[in-house]
Ligand binder design. Structure first.
Ligand code: ATP
Ligand code: NAG
Ligand code: NAG
Length: 322
């Protein structure tokens, strides 16, 4: 294999410890003085393109901490798709199962942000919705040799369910992030989740309970645990997170450090990616310690601008995290 001289080839020899089956989106961001009204054309003062999509974000954070990662996803056969594949390579993520299709455009999120930081967003999931079970079958070896597989809900639920089923049947730990959440989530998502990690809004949608404090989050987490997940985590933004597990079903609260947040976009994905890294590489740490460290990493990410651009690398983090 080494004889091919292709750098991508050598990486295939060592199995990825963290496999993400999920989404890629190109963020098209315009900064404007205010949000336009119907039929109105306004001028913005800045435009930039960013790499996003929950699946890809989580994969990038895990990779930057030093995890061997592979991204199972679908982009268009277009320039955004080509650029996304290049972005994965830059982050040392295996693109062996990053498929390109002619049948849809790469997923995009067109975002307009006004002076107050309020936004309007249009997502066109495009190629993400064409990731299918045939694609998963091609990636079956990578999935079954992983330590941890992560899924979200930005690809079709059928694809996520199949990926979780494949991982579970090979004894691969499943980390499921039900984002964006829907009230009628298929109950199999709970029973297939070793770790079920959601934010306040998602916990509310899934349980019907209001969640705005650690005490509320504990109640919601108990309900979610009752649906069959082995571990439930509810993240609470600047307030940290709560968690509980089938083996220790008493909810615990973990606060975060108080920091000056610059941009919290993608904090939840940084947290999930970091958690996957710890589950894969430090399986003997207590869950509480993994969550403290993941929360610390997410807290670092909110102190820099952008989504993936704010995710820290191992070399920029304190040694005690590793
Ligand atoms: N303002 C903040 N200050 C400190 N830490 C934060 C802040 N916001 C988020 N975090 C960290 O990030 C973790 C995840 O944040 P959050 O619960 O907001 O996820 P999320 O809503 O999925 O994020 P997003 O949708 O913005 O990507 C928190 O548990 C915390 O560790
Ligand atoms: C939770 O995540 C969803 C995306 O699934 C996002 O729309 C929502 O704003 C987040 N909630 C909070 C409180 O950050
Ligand atoms: C975790 O603990 C088990 C049992 O104590 C041990 O066999 C294993 O080597 C440890 N794994 C790591 C990665 O430290």
């Amino acid at each position: 294999m080494a004889a091919s001289g292709e750098p991508g080839r050598q990486r295939q020899e060592e199995a990825a410890a963290v496999v993400v089956v999920g989404s890629c989106m190109t963020d098209l961001v315009s900064l404007t003085p205010r949000l336009p009204k119907t039929g109105e054309t306004i001028h913005g003062h800045k435009f930039f393109i960013g790499f996003g999509g929950k699946g890809a974000n989580q994969c990038v954070q895990a990779a930057r901490l030093g995890a061997k990662t592979a991204m199972v996803c679908k982009v268009g056969k277009d320039s955004f798709g080509n650029d996304y594949i290049e972005n994965f390579k830059q982050n040392d993520i295996s693109t062996e199962f990053t498929y390109q299709t002619k049948d849809a455009a790469t997923g995009t999120a067109s975002i307009i942000v006004n002076k107050e930081g309020q936004n309007i967003i249009v997502i066109v999931a495009g190629a993400n919705l064409l990731l299918n079970t045939d694609d998963l079958r091609e990636a079956a070896n990578a999935i079954s040799s992983a330590k941890v597989m992560i899924c979200q809900l930005e690809v079709t639920p059928a694809t996520s369910l199949e990926a979780l089923t494949m991982a579970r049947s090979s004894g691969v730990k499943t980390l499921f992030n039900p984002a964006p959440a829907t009230a009628d989530l298929d109950p199999r998502f709970y029973t297939l989740s070793d770790v079920f990690c959601c934010n306040e809004t998602e916990a509310e949608i899934l349980t019907g309970l209001a969640v705005s404090s650690p005490a509320d989050a504990k109640k919601a987490a108990l309900v979610l645990l009752g649906r069959g997940c082995r571990v439930v985590i509810v993240t609470l933004g600047a307030a940290g997170c709560v968690f509980l597990s089938q083996t220790e079903p008493v909810p615990k609260y973990i606060p975060t450090e108080k920091v000056k947040a610059v941009d919290t976009t993608g904090a939840g994905d940084s947290f999930v990616g970091a958690l996957a890294f710890y589950l894969a590489y430090y399986p003997n740490l207590s869950l509480e310690e993994m969550l403290k460290r993941s929360s610390f990493i997410a807290t670092v990410s909110v102190q820099a601008a952008g989504t993936q651009s704010s995710y820290p690398h191992k070399k920029d983090l304190p040694l005690y995290l590793f």
